[in-house]
Every structure is written in structure tokens, then in C-alpha cells.
Design a protein around this ligand. Structure first.
Ligand code: 5GP
Ligand code: ZN
Length: 117
């Protein structure tokens, strides 16, 4: 499909665009954000192209649990499990989503803002 072929995150999944991949299994892949907002800033995505959280079907919802499991594992690996971190999923225009492929941000390594936007 045209949308998926032009999707930057699908291209990272396919290995057509370089990414610092830190984890992958059959369903989920994680890589470092190209424009980090904190010392640790990772992106965790389903390999399947799902445009946003709003497009996630009930049958696919367990993917979110898989993504959180990977995020927790990577937080430990990054050494921020004790100091703390934040998981964020932006959804849609007003939610601040720029890349139209469902993704979770893992942010940490500094004191994050007390406000959520
Ligand atoms: P959003 O605003 O959609 O929630 O976040 C998209 C994130 O993807 C941004 O933090 C942005 O820096 C990151 N990003 C966009 N393009 C690329 C890319 O080509 N490679 C990587 N590693 N991250 C990207
Ligand atoms: Zn995609």
C-alpha cells in the first residue's frame, strides 16, 4: 500500500532506512529517536503498520502490552529503571503525532517536565 511504502517507520522495519535498532522480535521493534528530547529517547513500535492509537483494533490491543514490556526491558538496559522514565503515545494532530505509524516514546535520563502539555 502506498501509505505504508512511504512510512518512515515501516522503512526502518524493512531495513531500507538506517536506524539504531536496540531490540526486535516478530511483533515489535525499538530504536533510538533521531532527535532526542532527553538523554534516553527511544521509539517502540509494532512492526505492523497501524497509523495511530485510534486505529488500533481490539484484537490488536495486546500489542500495547508487548510494547510496554519492551520499554521496561530497555529502560533497565539504559540504566533508568530506578531513576524513572515516561512512556508517551501521541495520537493524531492535536495529540502531537507527526509520524503516522503507532509508536511509543520512552523518555528518561533527566528530570522530565511536571506538565503533560
Ligand atoms: P511523534 O511526534 O509522531 O509522536 O514522534 C515522532 C518521533 O519520531 C519524533 O521524536 C522524531 O524525532 C522521530 N523520528 C522522525 N523521523 C525519524 C527517523 O527517520 N528516524 C528515527 N530514528 N526517528 C525519527
Ligand atoms: Zn508504517
Amino acid at each position: 500500500m502506498v501509505g505504508e511504502m512511504s512510512c518512515i517507520f515501516c522503512q526502518i522495519v524493512a531495513g531500507k532506512v538506517p536506524g539504531e535498532i536496540l531490540y526486535q522480535d516478530e511483533k515489535v521493534i525499538a530504536f533510538r529517536d533521531i532527535n532526542p528530547q532527553s538523554p534516553t529517547h527511544l521509539i517502540i513500535i509494532p512492526k505492523k503498520h497501524i497509523p495511530s492509537l485510534a486505529h488500533l483494533s481490539e484484537a490488536e490491543s495486546s500489542l500495547i502490552g508487548d510494547m510496554v514490556t519492551v520499554a521496561n526491558q530497555l529502560a533497565r538496559r539504559e540504566g533508568i529503571s530506578e531513576s524513572g522514565y515516561r512512556l508517551v503515545i501521541n495520537c493524531g494532530k492535536q495529540g502531537g503525532q507527526l509520524v503516522p505509524h503507532l509508536h511509543m516514546h520512552l523518555l528518561g535520563g533527566r528530570k522530565l517536565s511536571d506538565t503533560l502539555g
